[in-house]
Design a protein around this ligand. Sequence first.
Ligand SMILES: NC(=O)c1ccc[n+]([C@@H]2O[C@H](COP(=O)([O-])OP(=O)(O)OC[C@H]3O[C@@H](n4cnc5c(N)ncnc54)[C@H](O)[C@@H]3O)[C@@H](O)[C@H]2O)c1
Length: 411
Amino acid sequence: MNALAATSRNFRRAARLLDLDPKLEKSLLIPFREIKVECTIPMDDGKLASFVGFRVQHDNARGPMKGGIRYHPEVDPDEVNALAQLMTWKTAVAAVPYGGAKGGIGCNPGELSRSELERLTRVFTQKIHDLIGTHTDVPAPDMGTNAQTMAWMLDEYSKFHGHSPAVVTGKPIDLGGSLGRDAATGRGVMFATEALLAEYGKSISGSTFVIQGFGNVGSWAAQLIHEKGGKILALGDVTGSIRNKAGIDIPALMKHRNDGGALKDFHGAEVMDSAELLVHECDVLIPCALGGVLNKENAPDVKAKFIIEAANHPTDPEADEILAKKGVIVLPDIYANSGGVIVSYFEWVQNIQGFMWDEEKVNNELEKYMRSGFHHTKAMCKSLDCDLRMGAFTLGVNRVARATLLRGWEA
Ligand SMILES: NC(=O)c1ccc[n+]([C@@H]2O[C@H](COP(=O)([O-])OP(=O)(O)OC[C@H]3O[C@@H](n4cnc5c(N)ncnc54)[C@H](O)[C@@H]3O)[C@@H](O)[C@H]2O)c1
């Protein structure tokens, strides 16, 4: 099932649990605006190359639309639509005053030079500058993009609209980025994991972990879980996977990676088959890479007792059903990875106020928001007798539906 079908299916199940008016249900599902732009740039060899860029603005009932920009060869309109919709429910679960959006360019950033990436980002920004804005739609980094991409977007946007630091989040600190934003999604994953394990009388210290993805989210989640005493038995990225029964020394692995080493060349672990990673023995499995990685083929073999969805949409609905029957507890993406958008909100607030917070304040506020999101999700599970995914979806959908109705929807 593709990402859009799966997300819409979860939304419809939540709408039914909430007994939502069918007309409102239909209206909430349809995106506010879908943008598709052609971006042609000169490559370094002088030849022209064309790429397709997307921005889907899903809903703005609760505030400006918010969502990442992804550079990946598999970016397509359906996936961007699904991720934009997920952002609408995620910002509502996180209780930050935003709607949802998502964007991307179908390209392989690893094959583009820095100057080609800069030209592509600037052309994309030129094509969408009149549709984004501090109080309209605020992009952020996602897979294949980073603080530098946001710096180029900010600079290009400011040529048209004047200096506008709050038009993007996830910026470099020197351009108004927030302290703690880089680690925020991984830190939020750590807080979410703590909250879930505590419900079962467990803690990070004394639990074993497997992590897929060692980029921004995966590497921060791994470092913070390691700091809290969690034992990471295996992890992998696009280049391969490694394991160590005694637990991987994450600070040593970070040093190895920051020195340019590949995972497979790390001396503190043995190389393993990447196909085995998601079904490796552990207490907690944390997918931090692509969507759809847990499916009906591998779900029956999953050995983890808990899955924390740090990636967006890592679990197919078919896998969800299989995992539920096996008694595996899945903490859904729209709550588990909301740390990034929560600190993006703090960054936006700091830019608008012109007053920067210290890192301790950012991390303390993030912890409060993550704990509150968990508490409210659990309350929905209790009142509607549903699992955590439906608890989070009903929480988010209900908040967006209420805002839509309050604005006056039927006149
Ligand atoms: N960065 C954020 O703030 C943020 C916030 C919320 C959700 N997310 C989601 O988290 C996930 C990861 O995002 P990120 O920002 O860390 O991206 P990233 O580009 O920094 O890292 C992605 C990681 O996934 C790995 N990967 C890619 N293909 C893989 C494959 N086939 N098998 C195994 N590993 C593979 C890459 O090697 C890399 O380690 C995405 O689903 C993204 O949408 C990110």
